[in-house]
Design a protein around this ligand. Sequence first.
Ligand SMILES: Cc1cc2nc3c(=O)[nH]c(=O)nc-3n(C[C@H](O)[C@H](O)[C@H](O)COP(=O)(O)O)c2cc1C
Length: 200
Amino acid sequence: MEKEIRVLGIAGSPRRGGNTDLLLAEVMRGAASKGAKVKTIVLSELNIAPCQHCDVCLKKGRCKVDDDMQMVYKELAAADRIVLASPIHFMSVTAQAKAMIDRCQALWARKYVLKIPPLGGGRQRKGLFISVGGRGVANLFEPALATIKALFNTLDIAYGGDLLFARARVDGRGDILKHPDALHQAFLAGQKLVEETPPQ
Ligand SMILES: Cc1cc2nc3c(=O)[nH]c(=O)nc-3n(C[C@H](O)[C@H](O)[C@H](O)COP(=O)(O)O)c2cc1C
């Protein structure tokens, strides 16, 4: 029997049912249609403190802050595919997403200081980034992309692409529904994410 692919969706928008939530749901539906086991966590419903830069992780390889990030570390480790959705807030990811990302400093410490696999071995992980923005300015997604690529690289998650709606001016809640094929693109991206093997 083929190994079941586990897909973790991470909703980074504080607006429930908004544009990135809608896209993320379609990606997860596409993944599920290919037999993946899917789970979505909503960062705005979790209690995740910002990184305190206490450096405990440099010695212990784990974060001392006992909040919902401890659950997120476990979910990341259990996933083969990670789909991170965040709209653009002030040219970057949301505060909710950035708090989670900064807490991955503990995983950075595992990899670069303690020389152990950041999320544990045994899985070839691949990640997808979903984003929208309301302004349609040039280079809208570049700062967020730099952050997401740094995160995926640190966590040994191969970059599996992104769904970005540049110049589309996706601003009001549900504006993405007016896009001719955004949701379809998201569904297909979810299928592809599960079907393709990540690079070695
Ligand atoms: C605090 C805040 C900051 C924002 N900053 C930007 C920005 O820098 N550039 C942009 O294009 N849109 C910006 N937006 C608009 C959102 O990206 C847009 O409304 C998006 O559709 C929200 O996605 P969601 O429905 O998934 O939350 C901002 C919105 C908020 C609330």
